[in-house]
Design a protein around this ligand. Structure first.
Ligand code: SAH
Length: 254
C-alpha cells in the first residue's frame, strides 16, 4: 500500500495498542461516535459493534471503498468522503463522542475547529506528543499558548499516555501521545462573550513578548486594568484561562 504523506497517514498496526486505546475510550451502546481519519478501519472495527452509531470522516477517496466494504452492514453508521475541516459538527442532531488517530499536519487546526462545537461530549485523540504537551500546558510556561487556552476553556484536558512510534506504519518522525478532552460546562455568558474571548486571546498571543497593556490596548486602558485588578505589565503567558474569560466578560460590558 502507498501511504500518503500529505494526508498524515501513519496507520496503527499493533492490535494491543488499539485495544488499549479502546479501553480508555470505553465505548458504550448509547454512544454516537465521530471518527476522524479512520484509514483502513483498524480502530473502527474494534468500536463499531459496541456503539449505537458511527460517522466516519475520511478524506482519502482511495480508502473509502474498503471502509464501505468492511462496514456497510452497519446501517446506522455513515462513511463520509470529506475533509474534516469542512465538516460542521453543530449540524448533528445528537451529541457525539469524537475519536481519531489524527493526521498530524492538521491536528491543531482540527482541535481549534472542535473547540466551539457545542455537540461534543468528549474527544480522544492520538497526536504528536509536542501538541499534547501544548494542549495541557499551564500558564507561565513557554509552551502555554492559544492552543492551551482554547482547549482548556472548553474542555477538561488529560494526557493519558505516550505511544511508541513502533506501533505505526510508516513510523512517524515525531513522538505521539493519547489525550482525552471532556467538554466543560459552557464557560461564557453568551456568543458575544465567546467571540470577544477568541479575539482577546488571539491579540494577546500575537504580541506574546509584549506586555498586555500594549497587546490589549485596543480593548483595555489603564483604569480598566485597575478595575479588573490585573497588572498591565504582565505578558500573555502569565494569564490563566480564567483571566482571559474574565477580561472578555469585562470588555463585553464596557
Ligand atoms: N485511524 C487510522 C489512520 C490514521 S492516519 C489508524 O489509526 O490506523 C490519519 C488518517 O486521516 C488517514 O486515514 C488520512 O487519510 C486521514 N485524513 C488526513 N487528512 C484528513 C482530513 N482533512 N479529513 C479527514 N481525514 C483526513
Amino acid at each position: 500500500m502507498q501511504y500518503k504523506k500529505n494526508l498524515g497517514q501513519h496507520f496503527l498496526k499493533d492490535q494491543n495498542i488499539v485495544d488499549k486505546l479502546v479501553r480508555h475510550i470505553n465505548p458504550s451502546k448509547d454512544d454516537e461516535v465521530v471518527e476522524i481519519g479512520p484509514g483502513n478501519g483498524v480502530m473502527t472495527k474494534s468500536i463499531i459493534n459496541r456503539v449505537k452509531k458511527m460517522i466516519l470522516i475520511e478524506k482519502d477517496c482511495d480508502l473509502i471503498d474498503d471502509l464501505k466494504r468492511q462496514f456497510h452492514e452497519y446501517e446506522n453508521s455513515s462513511i463520509l468522503n470529506i475533509d474534516v475541516l469542512n465538516y460542521n459538527l453543530n449540524s448533528l442532531s445528537h451529541s457525539v463522542r469524537v475519536i481519531g488517530n489524527l493526521p498530524y499536519n492538521i491536528s491543531t487546526e482540527i482541535i481549534f475547529k472542535m473547540c466551539n462545537c457545542n455537540k461534543i461530549i468528549d474527544m480522544h485523540f492520538m497526536l504528536q506528543k509536542e501538541v499534547v504537551d501544548r494542549i495541557i500546558a499551564k500558564s507561565n510556561s513557554k509552551i502555554y499558548g492559544r492552543l492551551s487556552i482554547m482547549a482548556q476553556a472548553y474542555f477538561n484536558v488529560k494526557k493519558m499516555f505516550d505511544i511508541s512510534e513502533n506501533v505505526f506504519t510508516p513510523k512517524p518522525k515525531v513522538k505521539s501521545s493519547f489525550v482525552r478532552l471532556s467538554a466543560k460546562k459552557y464557560p461564557f455568558h453568551n456568543k458575544n462573550h465567546e467571540n470577544i474571548f477568541y479575539v482577546i486571546v488571539k491579540s494577546a498571543f500575537e504580541g506574546r513578548r509584549k506586555m498586555i497593556k500594549t497587546s490589549l490596548k485596543s480593548y483595555l486602558n489603564a483604569s480598566d486594568f485597575n478595575n479588573i485588578n490585573l497588572k498591565p505589565d504582565l505578558r500573555a503567558e502569565n494569564l490563566t484561562v480564567n483571566d482571559y474569560i474574565l477580561i472578555s466578560d469585562y470588555v463585553q460590558k464596557i
